[in-house]
Design a protein around this ligand. Structure first.
Ligand code: NAI
Length: 340
């Protein structure tokens, strides 16, 4: 008899660490659940929720809501008028941040080309990255905004041009790993936490290359089923967009995936070993940017781990992925060259 003790559950809602984190676009579809999950990270002490004055919910409202959770994290909201330059307005929001997560940007709308989306979202990311360069140049900047394959090279090159470390710019591809793990667990009947499929290459269409052969359970799947499973992982985002009937894309699973990457970054910064797949400036292939398993450490990215052994199907797919990725990287590099 008596009341059930909920202290165990409440203890899991931690906070109380050493790091300040900002979520830019924190009042959006991904941003709100991402803020919630990041506020529960054991290595966080302070969370800035940043968004525009036209956001669906004022960021101060999101912060007020989150500040009532039984966590030690201090949450503050920051709002900026559309058209203003973040680098002139975000000092309090960004100063002292170890990690800035960026789901700020537009999802692709019907009739929009990939190039239209790139131009629009690259300009948004540029504003935020310039503010990071000014107020928290040592922070890891985790870009969720699409198209990641081009936006990460663009922003990393802008960092390099400004004399900063381009490896601070990290493209969040964790959702591809999360999906691949889940799909393998559904086929094999194991728990998803037992699966660890590395997803390499990039973060769009055929550049997404899940390496099932390198996971214990993935490698036991009938090889004839792998091409379909590979395509299912590539097309998973479209499946969510259709299921939401065009009224949104993957927001909740993306927030989960973003928080998983954020947790790895903060763990690394706090001196624990942490490895996650991410899309970064890389020397594991001949391409200058590539997603692979990345080890995070006290300064952010410590190193990109080698791709490892691929089977014949994966080698063929790698060649296709690289061809597409090459031109998407070039789009990003061109943007950085033409932008001051
Ligand atoms: P959303 O429209 O619900 O939220 C975006 C938020 O960004 C809005 O609150 C908006 O006010 C804010 N925003 C726009 N410009 C801003 C600026 N200059 N400064 C600060 N905030 C700004 O969109 P959603 O669904 O949250 O998606 C956001 C981005 O994430 C899109 O580009 C989408 O393509 C991308 N995405 C990436 C995924 C990945 O796996 N990396 C998966 C799903 C979406």
């Amino acid at each position: 008899m008596g009341a059930t003790c909920t202290r165990g559950i409440r203890k899991a809602i931690m906070g109380g660490g050493a790091h300040k984190v900002c979520v830019c676009g924190g009042a959006g579809g991904i941003g709100q659940p991402l803020c919630l999950l990041m506020s529960m990270d054991p290595n966080i002490k302070e969370l800035s929720v940043f968004d525009l004055n036209v956001a669906m919910v004022p960021p101060k409202g999101v912060a007020s809501d989150l500040s009532h959770i039984e966590s030690k994290v201090k949450v503050s909201g920051y709002e900026m008028e559309v058209g203003k330059a973040p680098k002139d307005h975000l000092m309090d929001c960004l100063f002292g941040c170890s990690l800035v997560m960026v789901p700020a940007g537009m999802p692709r709308k019907p009739g929009m080309t990939r190039d239209d989306l790139f131009r629009l979202n690259a300009d948004i990311a540029k504003g935020i990255v310039e503010a990071c360069a000014r107020f928290c140049p040592n922070a890891v900047v985790a870009l969720i905004v699409n198209p990641i394959n081009s936006i990460v090279p663009a922003m990393a090159e802008l960092y390099r041009k400004a004399g900063l470390d381009p490896s601070k710019i990290v493209g969040v591809t964790t959702l591809d790993c999360v999906r691949a793990n889940k799909f393998v667990s559904e086929i094999t009947g194991c728990h998803p936490y037992q699966v660890e499929v590395p997803v390499i290459g990039g973060h769009a269409g055929m550049t997404i290359l899940p390496v099932f052969s390198q996971d214990y359970y993935g490698s036991r799947i009938d090889p004839s089923k792998i091409p379909d499973l590979d395509r299912k992982t590539q097309d998973a985002g479209t499946e969510v967009v259709s299921a939401k009937n065009g009224k949104g894309s993957a927001t909740l699973s993306m927030a989960y995936a973003g928080a998983r990457l954020g947790r790895a970054v903060l763990a690394g910064l706090s001196g624990q070993t942490a490895v996650e797949c991410a899309y970064i400036k890389s020397d594991v292939t001949e391409l200058p940017y590539f997603a692979s398993r990345v080890q995070f450490g006290r300064k952010g990215v410590a190193r990109a781990l080698p791709i490892g052994k691929l089977n014949a199907h994966e080698q063929k797919r790698l060649a296709e992925a690289k061809a597409q990725l090459k031109s998407e990287i070039a789009t990003g590099m061109k943007y950085a060259q033409q932008t001051s």
